[in-house]
Design a protein around this ligand. Structure first.
Ligand code: ZN
Length: 614
C-alpha cells in the first residue's frame, strides 16, 4: 500500500500482480499436493516457481484468500489501473487430481460414451481400446504416448485447466474488489508451445505479453529478429483485435537465461519499443526496474543496474525511450484494420508435431506461418493472425499454411469466404485429419476442401536437405523456377488451373501450384514447401488480385499502420545500419511536429512516425 501510495503521488500508476506465480516453502511442506507431478509420475520437491498443480483445491483456496486480501486492501486504490493474475503460466501436471479432471473432461468431450472415444482415437490399433473412462491415463512418458487423440486432448485439457484456474483468481478479485471495473490481464509468452492462449484470452480484458527477442544472434539478421518479434506481436494482438495490447515485460539491455546473453546495441531498445507500439501495443514495460541483489535473476537486465546510478547507458536509453513514447501519446487507443489474415492454431501445431509422419525436424509449423506473414510485410501488408473460429468475412485474402487438422465446418466456411469474393491460399499438409486426428477419407484435403481447391493430394514426398526439386511457375507474366524444400505433394487435378509444375523426379511436370475459381473468388493450392523469397511475385499477385494495396516499401524498411478515431499513424523502421531514402511520404512527423511531403532519409535503425488526419 505504501509503495502504491508513493508511486501514485509521483504520477505513476500500478498494475498489481497477484503473487501466485511462486509458492512459499511452508505451503509446500504443509500441503505437498500443491506441488506438481512430472510426466513420469514423480512429485516435485519445493523449488523454482510456476510448478504448482493447477487442479489443487488447497492451492486454489490459499490463492483465493490472498487475492481477496489484496482486493479488499488496494482494490479501490486510485493508482491501481489493472490487475495482473499470476505469472507466465506454463508446464503440465500429471498428478492424480489432474488425471481425474482429465477423465472428467474426456467424458464431457465424448458424451460419456467410451465407444465414441475409442472410435475417434482408433484405439483398436495396438490393443489400446479402453473399457471405461477411468482406465485412461494422461500420456505419461513411461506410459501411453502412441495415441494421437490422447496426446492432443491432454494438451487441450491442460489449456482448459489453466483457464479454469485463471477464473478462480479473476473471480476472487472481482468479488472482493471495491472497484470491479478495473481490467484484469495475465502475461503470455508469444508462441509458447504448451498452452492454447486463445482459450485463456477469452477470460481476460486485455492481452499482455513478455517479449525477449535474442537480438544480435549468430543465426539470423537483425531484421529477421525484428520480424520474428513483430510476428509474435501479431499472434498476441490477434487474440483481441479490437483493442491495443500491453508489452508487460521486456529487458532494456540483456537477459540472463539465454545461451548467450548479448547486450542490446545502442538504439536497439528504442527501436524495439517503437516497433512494439507500431504493432499495436499501448505500453512498454520492463522486467525489472532494479536488478535484485541476489537469487535467480540478479544478472537479468534492469532499468537500474547494481551500480545504482541514473547515468548508465541503459538508464539513459530507457529515459530517451520514455520521452519518445510521450511524443507518441496520441497513438494510444488506435487499432488496426487489416485486410489479410493468416490462420495459425495451437492445436493444429500439436497435431502436426504429434503425427507420426513427414520429417522429424522439418515440420516447423509456426515458423512457416511466420514466413508468410513476413513476406506480406515486405509489400507493406500487415496481416492479422487468426484462428478458424474468427470471423473470416472481414478479410480479402486468407493464407492457410499447413492446416493439417481441419475442424468441422471450416471447409464450408472457407468455401463461403471464396464464394463471396475472397482469395485463399492453402498449402501442402492441409486437411489431413479431423479435430480428433482421424484421417479424412476419400482424398486430402478432406471435408469438402478438395472440392473448393479442385485438387486431391495423393502422396507426399519428404525431401532430404540434399534433395533438389523445383516448381516451374508460368502464368500471368511470371516465368521462373522456385526452389522446393522439405515437402512435395503429388496432386490429382480434378478441376483447377495448373500454374506451376515440378521440375524433377518421377513427378516431374505434374501440378504443384493450382488455382480454382469459385463464386466470386479464387482458391489457390501450393502443394510443396518453397523458398519464401521464391514465392514473392506469386504472393504479390495474390495481394493485387484480392484488391489489397501493395506498397512500395524499400528493402530494410519495416512498415506498420495504426488507425485512430481521427487520424492514421504510419510507422517506418529502418532495420538496417544504412541510410535508406523513403519517397512519397506525407504527413506530420510526430517526433518533430513538422509536415513531411516527398522524400526523407532514415539513418540506420532510425524510425519515422507519420500522422495523417482521417
Ligand atoms: Zn495436478
Amino acid at each position: 500500500m505504501q509503495i502504491m501510495d508513493d508511486l501514485y503521488q509521483n504520477g505513476i500508476s500500478t498494475i498489481l500482480a497477484t503473487p501466485s506465480g511462486a509458492r512459499p516453502v511452508w505451503l509446500d511442506n504443509k500441503y505437498p499436493d500443491v506441488m506438481r507431478v512430472d510426466a513420469n509420475g514423480v512429485r516435485n520437491r519445493h523449488g523454482g516457481r510456476h510448478n504448482h498443480c493447477m487442479s489443487s483445491e488447497k492451492y486454489r483456496e490459499k490463492v483465493r484468500i490472498i487475492d481477496r486480501k489484496l482486493a479488499e486492501t488496494v482494490g479501490d486504490h486510485p493508482g491501481l489501473i489493472m490487475w495482473h493474475v499470476s505469472n507466465e503460466f506454463g508446464g503440465e501436471c500429471f498428478c492424480d487430481k489432474c488425471k481425474a479432471k482429465f477423465r472428467e473432461y474426456l467424458r464431457e468431450r465424448f458424451h460419456n460414451n467410451i465407444d465414441e472415444l475409442n472410435h475417434e482415437w482408433w484405439t483398436t490399433f495396438w490393443s489400446a481400446r479402453y473399457s471405461d473412462f477411468e482406465e485412461i491415463d494422461p500420456p505419461y512418458n513411461n506410459g501411453q504416448t502412441a495415441i494421437m487423440g490422447l496426446n492432443l486432448e491432454w494438451k487441450r485439457f491442460t489449456s482448459r485447466n489453466y483457464s479454469d484456474y485463471l477464473s478462480v483468481e479473476i473471480d476472487a478479485i472481482r468479488e472482493h474488489s471495491k472497484n470491479a471495473s478495473i481490467p484484469i490481464t495475465t502475461n503470455f509468452m508469444g508462441r509458447y508451445y504448451g498452452i492454447d492462449y486463445r482459450v485463456l484470452a477469452k477470460k481476460i480484458d486485455a492481452i499482455a505479453w513478455d517479449s525477449y527477442p535474442a537480438f544480435h544472434n549468430d543465426h539470423e539478421t537483425y531484421r529477421d529478429t525484428m520480424m520474428s518479434a513483430a510476428f509474435d506481436n501479431a499472434v498476441m494482438r490477434g487474440m483481441k483485435k479490437d483493442r491495443p495490447f500491453l508489452l508487460m515485460e521486456s529487458a532494456p539491455g540483456l537477459v540472463n537465461w539465454m545461451p548467450f546473453n548479448k547486450l542490446k546495441r545502442p538504439g536497439v531498445h528504442e527501436q524495439f519499443a517503437i516497433q512494439t507500439i507500431a504493432c499495436g501495443a499501448d505500453s512498454i514495460q520492463y522486467f525489472q526496474m532494479r536488478k535484485s541483489r541476489g537469487a535467480a535473476e540478479q544478472f537479468h537486465g534492469a532499468v537500474i543496474d547494481h551500480i545504482g546510478t541514473n547515468d548508465t547507458r541503459i538508464f539513459k536509453e530507457v529515459k530517451k525511450t520514455g520521452e519518445t513514447l510521450r511524443k507518441l501519446s496520441e497513438v494510444e487507443g488506435s487499432i488496426k484494420n487489416n485486410e489479410a489474415a493468416i490462420i495459425f492454431e495451437w492445436d493444429n501445431w500439436w497435431a502436426i508435431d504429434g503425427a507420426g509422419a513427414f520429417g522429424g525436424s522439418t515440420k516447423k509449423y509456426d515458423s512457416i506461418c511466420r514466413d508468410y506473414w513476413v513476406k506480406l510485410m515486405e509489400f507493406g501488408v500487415e496481416a492479422d493472425v487468426i484462428s478458424t473460429e474468427d470471423e473470416l468475412d472481414r478479410y480479402k485474402l486468407i493464407i492457410v499454411p499447413m492446416l493439417f487438422m481441419l475442424k468441422d465446418d471450416i471447409a464450408k466456411e472457407l468455401t463461403d469466404f471464396v464464394e463471396k469474393g475472397g482469395t485463399i491460399l492453402v498449402t501442402y499438409i492441409s486437411g489431413y485429419v479431423n479435430e480428433n486426428c482421424l484421417c479424412y477419407q476419400g482424398g486430402f484435403p478432406g471435408d469438402g476442401l478438395k472440392k473448393l481447391l479442385g485438387v486431391i493430394s495423393e502422396e507426399i514426398d519428404t525431401l532430404y536437405p540434399s534433395d533438389n526439386n523445383g516448381i516451374h511457375v508460368n502464368y500471368k507474366g511470371i516465368d521462373k523456377i522456385i526452389e522446393v524444400r522439405d515437402y512435395a505433394e503429388i496432386l490429382r487435378v480434378d478441376d483447377a488451373q495448373i500454374l506451376g509444375r515440378y521440375t524433377e523426379d518421377f513427378y516431374k511436370d505434374t501440378a504443384a501450384i493450382t488455382c480454382r475459381c469459385h463464386g466470386n473468388g479464387k482458391a489457390y493450392y501450393q502443394a510443396a514447401r518453397c523458398s519464401i523469397d521464391g514465392l514473392s511475385e506469386f504472393i504479390k499477385g495474390l495481394l493485387t488480385e484480392s484488391g489489397i494495396e501493395v506498397k512500395d516499401i524499400p528493402a530494410g524498411i519495416e512498415y506498420h499502420k495504426r488507425i485512430g478515431k481521427e487520424a492514421t499513424y504510419e510507422f517506418y523502421l529502418n532495420v538496417t545500419s544504412d541510410i535508406i531514402e523513403l519517397t512519397n511520404v506525407e504527413g506530420i512527423n510526430l517526433m518533430t511536429g513538422n509536415r513531411i511531403s516527398g522524400s526523407i532519409n532514415l539513418g540506420g535503425r532510425e524510425y519515422l512516425v507519420l500522422k495523417n488526419k482521417l
